[in-house]
Design a binder for this molecule. Sequence first.
Ligand SMILES: *Cc1c(COP(=O)(O)O)cnc(C)c1O
Length: 498
Amino acid sequence: MSHLFNHNGAPNTGYSQPPSIETAVKPSIPAGLVRRQQARWPRLSEPEMVRHYTWLSKRNFGIDTGFYPLGSCTMKHNPRVNEVIAQLPGIADIHPHQPEHHLQGLLSIYYEMQHMLEVCAGMDQVTLQPVAGAQGEFTAVRCIQEFFRLKGDTKRTKVIVPDSAHGTNPASAAMAGFEIVEIPSRVDGRIDLDALRAVADETTAAMMITNPNTLGLFEADISEASQIVHDAGGQMYYDGANFNAILGITSPGLMGFDAVHFNLHKTFSQPHGGGGPGSGPIGVKAHLAEFLPGPLADRRTPTAAEQSTAVDEFWYHWREPAHSIGKVQQWHGNAGAVIRCWAYYRRYGSGLTTMSEHAVLNANYLRHAIHKAAREEGVDHLFVDGAETDVAKHEFTLSLQPAKEQLGVSAMDVAKGLLDRGYMAPTVYFPLVVPECMMIEPTETESKDTLDTFAQHFAEVLKVDAETLHAAPTTTPVRRVDEVYAARNLCLRHPYDE
Ligand SMILES: *Cc1c(COP(=O)(O)O)cnc(C)c1O
């Protein structure tokens, strides 16, 4: 098998340029910069190159190859029509410097996307600038900081987060210069209002919380939490990464929040994974709107001169908010991601509520199916559910602590065992509040059959002896990696030229 990594360096070449380009380009390179030795790159012909990338792609695992129940990450099916629309020449070939009268179509898409997210979140203004959830968090926390600074309220230096929070919440607030105050959750995994009351005071800038929380549980006391923080003069920040469970059903605005971020690459089907292009728009209430990073898409009645290029009865234009914290991203955010998500939204419209209902249904069904299959295999004593009696939202947690104690089998071992059965492993060891945690989030488009089969495999893996599981995975391109070594000894380039 010939591919780039084992190539013997035979002098094939995969490129050919017309001589006119060679002679036109070469003389313009200053003599001192011209390469004196042949680069030590593999030289492959076009068919060899195609083989290399096809070989690599077959070693990949994705939502298009199998079931991907990675909790917290919301791995969605990415409808192909989104790609077709994002690649239309009128969209894909736009240069960000083009004048507004060339961009009326794109601007109207931005405007519509902002507006749709405003409605879903119950917020007054959305910016599509941030390109990740974490960047959205940082942006919103900075807006809150500027809001207090402009009011002359300089005492508010603290941000409250529950101990079950996604790690990006305290990280974003700390990056903005806030001190983090962590409050413990109740035994059922939900926010402890007494613990919140004890810390909310005149030094509180904001509380950051996700709902459903990182255990997949709906925070029933969320409005009361908002009240406590507002009474203390603080702001409420909603980590909207878990919007997949509530879209069209309830909203952060209804729960009393002031700011929220979306993960378009989770809830709205933008493909993600491996650090791919994301989009993390934020929405805020009116009192924070003028602090947002621009440009925002806005619209007004066209002037007489603009009538001929206006796409409908409006003239769309960019706008910079008056007290903007400044840009957090070049140009207009991640335009390709915005377009795909807009296509997704336009295709389903109010049907997106059904998407949320199916996400919750699939999670609860799978949770029961795993318990049932495990019981039938006689292994239900091996794990406990984080909240047995509760209804989960779009994801749920299991604790493999009993398996660890009784059999020496960890959550990591079970996850690796699932890899050998052709599944992406669920998230393990997050959230930190659940010992030997396994966090499962089935995609809402999965069939009952897929969920039943996975549940059966899950129960069977729990029956595998500890020694075999310690050795898993044995069928993947890479066996079990030493994660500590990998984190401590970063190796970021292929040793090809050494
Ligand atoms: C994914 C996630 C984030 C961070 O989003 P990124 O786009 O990965 O930066 C924040 N909070 C929660 C609850 C998440 O699941």
